[in-house]
Write a protein of this length. Structure first.
Length: 300
């Protein structure tokens, strides 16, 4: 009876942790939506920039229709229509919770963009491009860290990263290049060039803060190779290779553990290795590309 009570308590605790995790994800993702909508109605509108992706395409369509037809279309309507197919990809290939939270982000960002009044902080286009891009990248990173996305090209990029092993940033870059080229042809190249600065700043922030699809290579010299391999697997679910060698100074037997893990797990892996073998020597390298079987944590 006591064992049963403990088991039920453990299950209940796990269920509560899941609910708390979901609530935190929704709150942080909502905050990111507020930041993104505010950024669009301050820096982006003032500078006449295009943030890229679905947001950039939405603003481009708004401006084209307004300029040539004299009709002001709501941001929400266009953005939801553009995101319809990417959302389908999310539900079918990525994960239901991930896509549902992303739908909330897309809807909230769209509605807030329509209702928050436009406000000018500065009219310096270069400052707008840099700081607007930094803020945009921070908002996108918050969403990604909460296992959600701001929609559009992010869905496609994540799908290609998880299912095809393609660099999601490269996909986003190509799509954004097409959008900015259209903007340059239709309106002015000044707007397109400043938007490139905006995109560069945004991408650098995302690359710095969100590292799920980046990898790190470990070379670990240790006298406890099996224990170190177990520690790596426990943290990252990645295996390792043990290489037997000889120390050049003392001419004694040495073991080198070789493993590749997600960059987001690097800090925890280093701590686990040092806890297992305080005398271990670690060399951590940035991995350019991994080909072959590499475990990627599934998106829920």
């Amino acid at each position: 009876m006591q064992i049963k009570d403990k088991l039920e308590h453990k299950i209940e605790k796990k269920r509560k942790n899941v609910y708390v995790n979901i609530i935190i994800r929704v709150i942080v993702a909502s905050f990111a939506s507020v930041i993104m909508a505010f950024n669009i109605n301050t820096f982006v509108h003032t500078g006449g920039l295009l943030p890229g992706g679905a947001s950039g395409l939405t603003l481009l369509i708004q401006e084209v229709v307004d300029t040539f037809c004299g009709i002001k279309l709501p941001y929400t309507l266009i953005n939801l229509l553009i995101n319809a197919f990417p959302i389908y990809i999310g539900f079918k290939f990525i994960g239901k919770k991930f896509t549902l939270l992303s739908c909330w982000v897309i809807l909230l960002t769209s509605v807030l963009t329509d209702i928050i009044p436009t406000y000018t902080i500065t009219e310096d286009t270069l400052l707008i491009s840099i700081f607007g891009g930094l803020i945009n990248g921070a908002a996108i990173s918050l969403c990604l860290l909460m296992d959600s996305t701001t929609g559009g090209t992010d869905f496609i990029g994540i799908y290609l990263s998880e299912k095809r092993g393609v660099d999601s940033f490269s996909v986003t870059l190509v799509i954004n290049a097409i959008i900015l080229t259209l903007a340059g042809v239709i309106f002015s190249w000044d707007k397109a060039l400043y938007s490139i600065i905006f995109q560069f700043a945004s991408t650098m922030v995302v690359r710095l803060l969100y590292r799920k699809y980046q990898q790190a290579t470990f070379f670990i010299v240790t006298n406890k190779p099996k224990e170190v391999c177990d520690a790596i697997y426990k943290i990252s679910m990645h295996g390792a290779t043990i290489i037997e060698g000889e120390g050049s100074f003392e001419h004694c037997e040495r073991n080198v553990v070789y493993s590749v893990v997600s960059s987001a797990e690097t800090g925890r892996v280093i701590k686990a290795v040092k806890d297992t073998d305080p005398d271990a020597f670690l060399n951590v390298l940035k991995t350019e590309r991994v080909i072959g079987r590499f475990y990627q944590r599934p998106t829920d």
